[in-house]
Design a protein around this ligand. Structure first.
Ligand SMILES: C[S@@+](CC[C@H](N)C(=O)[O-])C[C@H]1O[C@@H](n2cnc3c(N)ncnc32)[C@H](O)[C@@H]1O
Length: 299
């Protein structure tokens, strides 16, 4: 049985569950806990970026002995993309998602078209996305993005909140703000489109380098573009007991991974591999990063 915390890097994907209730950006987890108690027969999954929020939810779940809640520390888009099967979600909740006020930051909004597309694919027909917000321009933005997909029947209403209030609800109600709820019911699948993707591999293989001298200094602070929207950057390298560790950052379609590449001496040759202490999502581009070190880090 999976524990409350799901480490998306090391489990078999996608998850086998269906009729899921998903909360995106659960913050302190008040709403998640209520959802779990109200629906003891359902699986609840929460996606959160904040490690502190994940810690807090795990503590509460343990204290209250809830067995149907799981949380993942991951951006919601990639969480849906990697972990959930198509048509496996009954309802998605987003309570007070960050509105990203400035126009140039709108592409970070949770309700941008690419995100709504992946959410729609994972929802079953008749399933819903329920969004609460205190920010009117965010409502307008969301309606515009959702309209592009022709997958939803949409309604907007003034929200009458019931206890328990989330941290933000309490604050805004005290300030006398008007709160809005957007309900998007999936009526059909959105037409297929090209979206950000990751290609996972089953295993990562070490690369052997023979007859060359080590020159990792040449890689420090260097950058490579491995493909469209795929960037690789190396920072410092360190000499450890095991060998040399090169700090690496990989950005694939905006999915970021930081890890160490280990270069180890073996007899007259070297072996380049992802450090066993770095846990990575095994993608084709992680393998290519190892390859780049084997090709460019030696003379
Ligand atoms: C304004 S808070 C609201 C928290 C909570 N829902 C509430 O009502 O109190 C927004 C939360 O969404 C999380 N978040 C923002 N973008 C996210 C993303 N792309 N994926 C998952 N969580 C995200 C943030 O870390 C933050 O905890």
């Amino acid at each position: 049985m999976l524990s409350c915390y799901i480490n998306y890097k090391s489990i078999e994907k996608p998850l086998p569950w269906k009729d899921l209730l998903v909360e995106i950006g659960f913050g302190r987890g008040d709403f998640t806990v209520k959802l779990a108690k109200d629906n003891p027969d359902r699986k609840i999954i929460g996606f959160e970026l904040s490690a502190v929020s994940v810690e807090k939810l795990m503590k509460r779940v343990k204290k209250e002995n809830l067995r149907n809640v799981h949380c993942v520390r991951l951006d919601a888009y990639w969480g849906f993309y990697l972990l959930l099967k198509d048509s496996s979600v009954e309802r998605i909740y987003m309570n007070y998602p960050d509105p990203w006020f400035k126009k140039r930051h709108h592409k970070r909004r949770l309700t941008k078209e690419d995100n709504l597309y992946i959410f729609a694919r994972k929802l079953k027909k008749g399933g819903e996305i329920r969004i609460r917000t205190d920010h009117r321009p965010f409502v307008e933005f969301t309606l515009e993005e959702a309209g592009k997909l022709s997958a939803f029947e949409i309604s907007v209403r003034r929200l009458e909140v019931e206890e328990p209030l989330t941290k933000y609800e309490r604050k805004w109600l005290l300030e006398g703000k008007e709160l809005t709820e957007i309900i998007m019911k999936k009526v059909k699948d959105p037409p297929e489109r090209s979206i950000p993707r990751l290609k996972e591999v089953k295993e990562l293989f070490p690369v052997k380098v023979e007859g060359k001298e080590l020159n990792l200094r040449a890689l420090e602070n260097s950058q490579f573009q491995l493909g469209e929207k795929v960037y690789l950057k190396f920072f410092k390298f360190y000499e450890g007991e095991e060998g040399y560790l090169l700090e690496t950052l990989l950005s694939e379609e905006g999915f970021l991974q930081k890890f160490f590449i280990l270069v180890k001496r073996k007899g007259n040759s070297y072996v380049v591999d992802v450090s066993p202490f770095s846990e990575v999502l095994r993608t084709e581009n992680v393998q290519r990063a190892v390859q780049v070190v084997a090709e460019e880090g030696f003379v």
